[in-house]
Design a protein around this ligand. Structure first.
Ligand code: CP
Length: 338
């Protein structure tokens, strides 16, 4: 059987994603299984995590498997990802060895590697996870790089369960940029755009200025998805217009791509849009809409206490679903790998 990774939901068909979501819902009802009995997963974190680490470790355990967590550069050797390099700097071993050695030990490899936020032309190549995928002989799972596919699945499952149907078409979905003191990864925003259009929703991207539009790769995926799913894609810089009649509000902060490497110039624009915070007044414009966020979230910066504590907030359900969807993905990949 050919080796299959889970690097992006775009690489998986809608029926395949639907099956994963059905299996995740089953794991939510009945948490234990033996799908990973005798199997193991290496979880490599190049960046911090609370939810991803906990839910992957616990998920592997609940399916009878074992997880090994590694933080390269901290508790494991720093890894070199460039090719042809004379490795006389800080890196101690090359990805060509790391991925192949881990593949001899474990059945799955998870990788979290955020962009470095210096040069988007380099970051958008997503080199770390693609290098793992190139050299690994076991399936590689994206635990957040320049997209966050596990969050996408958890998000869709939370929406399906909230609305009581797997059919999300026709719902107005607002992906809103929010203020944060630092420019953040665009991963979850890219992912929200991908998955909401994939599931046929009428998506509005609300952001301060055109400079905050997402990478053309993801805007193009969204347009392609809309053409296939029958949804729609709108860009707005007006919160009142965007929130009006919304069924879903999904918030995320991200840095404006044209300002990569010169964030001091972007800061005044970000600072001038603190009013993009998700608050009760904006939520009152929606059509009884739900609110969610991938978490972690800075309260009263991205969303108010009142929104976070309201019945409309499904962020905790979404976070719980990380456990269930990841079990579905690990079980599916492990069964393929034999
Ligand atoms: N949403 C998410 O991935 O959370 P962590 O960064 O805590 O893993």
């Amino acid at each position: 059987m050919t080796l299959r990774h889970f690097l992006s939901t775009q690489d998986w068909s809608r029926p395949e994603l639907d099956t994963l979501l059905e299996h995740a819902a089953a794991f939510k009802r009945d948490k234990l299984g033996d799908q990973l009995k005798g199997k193991s997963i290496a979880l490599l974190f190049f960046n911090p995590s609370m939810r991803t680490r906990t839910s992957f470790e616990l998920g592997a355990f609940q399916l009878g498997g074992h997880a090994i967590v590694l933080a390269p550069g901290k508790d494991a050797w720093p890894i070199e990802f460039d090719f042809g390099t004379v490795m006389d700097g800080d890196t101690e071993e090359h990805i060509a060895e790391v991925a192949r050695v881990l593949s001899r030990y474990v059945d799955l490899i998870g990788v979290r590697a955020f962009p470095k936020f210096q040069d988007w032309a380099v970051d958008r190549e997503d080199r770390v996870i693609h290098a793992f995928a190139k050299y690994s002989t076991v399936p590689v799972i994206n635990m957040e790089t320049i997209t966050h596919p596990m969050q996408e699945l958890a998000h869709v499952l939370a929406l399906q369960q909230h609305f009581g149907t797997s059919d999300l078409r026709g719902r107005k979905y607002v992906l809103t940029w929010t203020y944060h003191p630092r420019p953040l990864n665009t991963a979850v925003a890219n992912s929200a755009l991908q998955i909401a259009t994939r599931y046929g929703m009428d998506v509005t991207v609300l952001c301060p200025t055109p400079e905050y539009l997402l990478d053309p790769r993801y805007m193009d995926f969204a347009r392609d998805n809309v053409a296939e799913s029958g949804g729609s894609l709108t860009i707005s810089h007006d919160p009142q217009e965007a929130y009006r009649g919304a069924h879903v509000v999904y918030a995320k902060s991200w840095g404006a791509l044209p300002y990569f490497g010169r964030w001091a110039e972007e800061k005044p624009i970000r600072d001038a849009h603190k009013h993009f915070i998700v608050d009760e007044a904006k939520m009152a414009l929606t059509d009884g809409g739900v609110f969610s966020h991938c978490l972690p979230l800075r309260r009263n910066v991205k969303a108010t206490d009142a929104v976070m504590d309201s019945p409309a907030c499904i962020a905790i359900d979404e976070a719980e679903n990380r456990l269930h969807v990841q079990k579905a993905v690990m079980a599916a990949l492990a069964s393929r790998a034999g």
